[in-house]
Design a protein around this ligand. Structure first.
Ligand SMILES: Cc1cc2nc3c(=O)[nH]c(=O)nc-3n(C[C@H](O)[C@H](O)[C@H](O)COP(=O)(O)OP(=O)(O)OC[C@H]3O[C@@H](n4cnc5c(N)ncnc54)[C@H](O)[C@@H]3O)c2cc1C
Length: 459
């Protein structure tokens, strides 16, 4: 709970009306308030004192200066997809960056500068229109900066690297309200440390030529889930040992409940290179790893891919995500995942495995997991409030069982975006980079002005 009071709000409204009329303020009495405050994870009690929407980096500077000088507790949000609802803080002022959402493609089309509040939907549409792409995650409403600066897995992870690997520049509003161009040292911290050093008003990111990706959701015969998961895991490991898989091929595994089909094992395949005939061959090889009931490879723009995935989820769900990283698909892992696919509590709760192959070198970012791995994502979020507790119990039992049955396969590092404050061990998440992260935090935000940012480091 933030320290702000009713007087804090009155004084802020007066200040904005008099000195910063371009900054929009939305208070709880406004009919817009609930719609604007909505985030992917619902936190009914985390009602901010107000929401402000800066239009420019200068507006952000004015807000940070005002908050520091007047002891106003604030939190920053863009897409609002923090998986534990951490960008919602009761009584804090929310600085909502979503109006700062420009995309400026550089001459030569190698990089683009994007506003700190841009979400995948706007970014991918703008780039698609020019035959360009940049790595993004899967769902259109996710904020780019939150995704990219804390890691950033997605269909391009193996072909072009994670989100953190795309960042080549950043403009940051620091704890003094200054707008600074991040140098190498701060950029390293932002690549994995997110917004803990300041508000990121702009990122410059790498972009690549590509018109369309190839997408196919493979649904495997799941009448016996243990056989389905085990056949695939064994087959995949054998295939990968026999020949290097092309980097354009990305596979996201699911244990999911689908309408009319029930609980199934499925694999989301994406191919992010121009040669779609080659892509089809590889997708068909993956489909051959078990009796596959559905495989329809289709070209799709990145914006259409993200927009479609968004339709499968409910923005405004209870619960949170959980995660752990594993090195390989093992028979032990397959058995546990099959068991927990069959016990999915319903309400859209699901499990998924993202992969990182061909990881980039580690020295340019503080991101911790720089070896090949699979990131298990437990989507224990659901619009059905009554399933919130069941979803959490299901996730705890699942992770507990993997740790017991397949302990050698579980990695120390895990994905900070999918954890909450009380289950984040930052020394393990950041590994060899933990001390660098702490030193940078002490240097760039010694008074912890950005105390509500993720990760919540206490230095
Ligand atoms: C439905 C869903 C799908 C997801 N899919 C993927 C996926 O495919 N791959 C993956 O790797 N992750 C995925 N995630 C995780 C997601 O990437 C992270 O939760 C990410 O941090 C969300 O960013 P956001 O801007 O939407 O969230 P917010 O809640 O707005 O912000 C998250 C954090 O970033 C900070 N932040 C955001 N913008 C700024 C800024 N401009 N300056 C400073 N700080 C800022 C916030 O303060 C907060 O700490 C998904 C999450 C959900 C809920």
């Amino acid at each position: 709970m933030a320290r702000n009071t009713a007087e804090t709000l009155t004084a802020l409204e007066e200040y904005l009306a008099k000195s910063q009329p371009s900054i929009k303020i939305i208070t709880p009495s406004s009919p817009e308030f609930e719609g604007v405050r909505a985030c992917f994870v619902k936190r009914d009690d985390a009602v901010p004192i107000a929401i402000v929407r800066p239009q420019t980096a200068a507006d952000v500077q004015a807000l940070v200066k005002y908050c520091v000088e007047n002891d106003v507790d604030f939190v920053v949000r863009s897409g609002g997809h923090d998986c534990a609802g951490r960008s919602q803080v009761r009584g804090a002022l929310t600085i909502d960056l979503r109006d700062i959402n420009y995309v400026r493609v550089s001459e030569g089309e190698k990089t683009a500068s994007v506003g700190g509040g841009i979400i995948f939907r706007d970014l991918t549409k703008e780039l698609d229109a020019r035959g360009l792409v940049t790595p993004v995650g899967t769902v259109a409403s996710v904020g780019y900066v939150g995704w990219a600066t804390l890691g950033g897995y997605g269909p391009f992870s193996s072909s072009h690297g994670l989100g953190v690997d795309q960042i080549v520049g950043a403009k940051v509003v620091n704890a003094k309200g200054e707008l600074i161009d991040a140098g190498d040292e701060l950029l390293k911290g932002i690549r994995g440390g997110g917004g803990i050093f300041g508000v990121i008003a702009e990122l410059t990111i790498k972009i690549y030529p590509l018109k369309e990706m190839l997408v196919s959701l493979l649904i495997f015969d799941s009448s016996d889930l243990k056989t389905a998961w085990t056949n695939y895991s064994n087959g995949y490991e054998k295939l990968a040992a026999e020949q290097p898989l092309p980097r354009a091929l990305q596979l996201q595994l699911f244990g999911i409940e689908l309408p009319n089909l029930g609980k199934v094992f499925a694999v989301g395949t994406t191919w992010t290179a121009a040669d779609h005939e080659e892509g089809k061959k590889w997708i068909n090889k993956i489909a051959a790893l078990g009796p596959c009931l559905m495989n329809n490879p289709e070209p799709r723009s990145v914006s259409a891919y993200c927009a479609f995935n968004e339709t499968l989820l409910t923005y405004g769900s209870y619960g949170r995500a959980y995660t752990l990283n594993v090195k390989k698909y093992t028979p032990e892992l397959a058995e546990v995942l099959a068991k927990y696919t069959s016990s999915i509590p319903g309400g859209g709760i699901a499990l998924s495995l993202h992969m990182l192959r061909a990881p980039e070198a580690s020295e340019h970012s503080v991101f911790g997991s720089r070896v090949e791995h699979h990131m298990l994502e437990l989507v224990s979020t659901t619009p059905v409030k009554d399933l919130e507790v069941k979803g959490a119990e299901w996730a705890a039992a699942l992770t507990g069982e993997i740790r017991e049955a397949d302990s050698e396969n579980v990695m120390e590092s895990s994905y900070v975006s999918l954890l909450d404050n009380d289950d984040s061990d930052f020394t393990k998440i950041y590994g060899a980079h933990y001390n660098t992260l702490v030193a940078l935090k002490k240097k760039y935000d010694p008074d912890n002005v950005f105390k509500y940012a993720v990760p919540r480091l206490s230095v």
